[in-house]
Design a protein around this ligand. Sequence first.
Ligand code: AMP
Length: 412
Amino acid sequence: MRFTEFNFHPQILEGIEASNYETATPVQEQVIPPILEGRDVIASAQTGTGKTAAFLLPVMNRLLTNHVDGQVGALIIVPTRELAIQISQHIEGLSYFTHLSSIAIYGGNDAQNFVAEKKALQMGADVIVCTPGRMIAHLNMGYVNMKGLRFLILDEADRMLDMGFQDDINKIIKALPAKRQNLLFSATMPEKIRQLAKRILHEPVEINIAISKPPEKIIQKAFLVYEPQKLPLIKKLLRETPYKNALIFCSRKQTVKQVRRELKQSGFNIEEIHSDLEQAQRESVLGSFASGRIPLLVATDILSRGIDIDTIDLVINWDVPGDGEDYVHRIGRTARAEADGAAFTLVGEKEQNKFAVIERLLEKEVEKAPVPKELGETPAYHPRSRSHGHSHSQGHGERPKRKFFKSSSRKR
Ligand code: AMP
């Protein structure tokens, strides 16, 4: 799903574009619409799923389209200062073209910051990200004004409870207006989170994005290439890697047809599967593949779920799949049952960001295997989404003037 389908404010869309996000991740697809509708949400989603933008974008959109000056609009409570800084950088990137103000409030920084924090809490800031302890310190001083608060977000709620912040959270919530929209994000959903949710959330929409991890025994490798190097590389990999059954995935059926044509011309015994084929044709091709008569198959993602052929010992991704879930499903076609398997991904220069998001999701850095020298120079690995936020140095226009207490950049 493309971001243009959410009906975001043009300034938010600009921030999305400048962050190099093209399509929404699954959690974003599910979480953004109910937040835009004003519903409370409880979502189980781990880091790496794009969960931060999933709540920031709709919240910022609503703050922007219905702006109130001089109030705290949204409060995001997080367990650690690292996460506070990270989220604050994320806000900085996504709100770059808006006039929304934000500040991160966390322990351990200097007195000057305390003054800026106090000012924001008294006079208002559109988005405040805080750790519980520091917020309590401000609350105890008596000047915090949360009268206009519209959004409360608890991020990594399970970690906050594990760290013993339950009482602090309760105390902070007592200082907030009763009528507000609540969002709770947690990697896991133990009973104590459900209890917390029951107390805080009002008829929440429940969203569960549990990403399965691929089996450890699959040997995963990525090859960083320029697009024209993919064909010679795949031929070489197919000639030099022993396999019984190999499956090549392409995101588009047009590419499936091209790859099959090219490989067939080079002498490979290969068939194709995609949505243009009748069910009977697909079954016949799959039968030949399963029996070993045709050892090589190229397919779209229609084959990434559900086929269970024990002899597939090699999966090659011609391109990087749209999201982590598709990647896990594609490579999970190999190493079924007792068998071993390898999964190679050809990462084009423009696909590096997408691949880095998948690596974050898997919490695993996939080995970048050397590309044979005869294929020439290859690109280095420089995905933008490895770090949070993005570079502003690419001529995206003048930076809008901000309220002076916008603080996230000084804490790098
Ligand atoms: P998170 O799960 O919020 O920690 O996000 C993980 C990484 O994915 C961050 O580096 C984000 O900048 C990046 N990211 C979030 N949404 C998208 C998207 N729709 N497309 C590409 N990258 C994204």
